[in-house]
Design a protein around this ligand. Sequence first.
Ligand SMILES: [Zn+2]
Length: 168
Amino acid sequence: MVLVTELVGAVRLTEVAGFDLRIVRRDDGRWCGLLGGSLDATPHESLDAARTVTEREWRRRGATVTWRSLHTPSAGELACFACGAVVAPTAESPARHPEKLCPACVLEAVDEDGRALAFANADASGGFIARYASGEPRAGHECFVRGRKCWADEARFGGIVVVPFERR
Ligand SMILES: [Zn+2]
């Protein structure tokens, strides 16, 4: 599935914790919210509908939602090497990963035969596992995103990072 980022924002639940939020267009032409690597279960028929529902959901939980420019990284941010959308800064970027995939592009990762892959930490202390949609484990860290060979791994401070293969 190809996910095209249409809108980037941030959800701020407290003064200190902010999360990368985006609205993506799926290859069936419908729109979904994407937060922390998870796609909303319910797609919407328009970008406006997806934005309105996503904002309402987060405001109901007491969060602040801020939308911003899709392609203008600010200090500490990167542009995704596959789609060019901004990638929210983390404790380890950009110094450690000068190129990495945005959360929408991570969901497009496939193996050498085009089978969809998902990545996760092995447990709360970290580690790395790759699986197929069927749940079957996949050995190794190589994957492909939009035809480019990539390397998926555990991020230093938790979570998953996907970088170009030559940057592994
Ligand atoms: Zn991307």
